[in-house]
Design a protein around this ligand. Sequence first.
Ligand SMILES: Nc1ncnc2c1ncn2[C@@H]1O[C@H](COP(=O)(O)OP(=O)(O)OP(=O)(O)O)[C@@H](O)[C@H]1O
Ligand SMILES: [Mg+2]
Length: 423
Amino acid sequence: MSSDQGSTDGAIVAVALVVVFVKIGIVICVCRHFSKRRSSVQAQSQPFNDDSRFIPLAMVKFLDDMEREKPIRFTAQQLRLATDNFTYVLGSGGFGTVYKGIFSNGTTAAVKVLYGNSDKKIEEQFMAEVSTMGRTHHYNLVKLYGFCFESSLRALVYEFMVNGSLDYHLFKANKRDMIGFEKLHEIALGTGRGIAYLHEECPQRIVHYDIKPGNILLDSNFCAKVADFGLAKLCNRDNTHITMTGGRGTPGYAAPELWMPLPVTHKCDVYSYGMLLFEIIGRRRNMDVTLGDSQQWFPIWAWGKYEKKQLTDLMIVCGIEEKDQEAAERMVKVALCCVQYRPETRPVMSIVVKMLEGALEIPEPLNPFSHLFSGVDETGNSLARIAWNVGGSDWSSSDVVTKSTVVTGTPIMKRHEITMASM
Ligand SMILES: Nc1ncnc2c1ncn2[C@@H]1O[C@H](COP(=O)(O)OP(=O)(O)OP(=O)(O)O)[C@@H](O)[C@H]1O
Ligand SMILES: [Mg+2]
């Protein structure tokens, strides 16, 4: 190698080093500048981690996004401003009243003001629960942005779902602009996936306890998002949700073990999901006293049709087109599996999803309602069922109407609060 070439190489290395140092200098300056801007923005909103000062720009953005995965604490004043002093009510339920809010950065949110007061003693427990809820993310779950815990206000701030709740769409009087069956099937699947995530996948397993159409919210594409998970643990419910025996859940959707002295597991959500499936299939409330007696309680009517292999009748009554009938039949069978009286005979949610998708064969469901008749034997056969058939004829839905008050309210049904479902 010549001495000329050696000095040329040396010069290249020197220039390269200078370029590298200049670049590092620029990155540090940009980061410091950005970090200062960020600190001033944060001073107006919420606290962030100071360690981010020397992290490059792209990384800062990434960390910001990460931070937002955690719930944000809002002040009562911030929520008052965002909701225009709690002016626009979206609805109310067993935990509180929900208001529409818009934050200064343009984000629209649903602010749920919880009933009851903010006892300091429960602050830590509140934070723990909210923290879990705010870190539970899935495409089919409503996102919790944050919360407020002040003596004057206890609230949860959720992402805003522009198409409201499923009950509004399912049960509206004008059936013409009803969501089509295909979309409803997607909603059922999405809901199932959301619940399966809560039960089987998320780091801290969550039982919802209150699956019902009012807690399935729809985004701008009518994709299903399960709302209010984690709330049952956070709040004492008001008396619209407490059954006569002091259980949890909403009558008509609550599994038997919720109002009986039996162990409660995630299978109570499977039961409620089954009841929800029936309402999706029928596009009606499960209990509708305005209908003819045999159809008043849809799940038991559907079971009758299934058992007698007359699901075509169900398809006609529910207005399900031929192209959707295979999926609808799967839904009926899955619903019947989900509402089994005994929790252990109900499938877990991941299996429910696979069966709905058609990826798994659905076992023949047993009669889920045999316990509603005068007796149930150990195999799950209804003694009353047998008694009903005394006299020879088979068990038709019209027999149910004329021979019994089972559908409209035997003492057992009343005790089980079935007639109270959707009135
Ligand atoms: N994130 C949200 N985006 C848009 N609307 C919402 C949101 N959360 C709730 N709502 C509206 O507010 C209504 C009331 O909700 P809320 O959860 O208080 O009652 P619920 O679901 O009927 O009963 P529960 O107390 O058992 O959940 C809903 O039906 C829905 O229309
Ligand atoms: Mg709700």
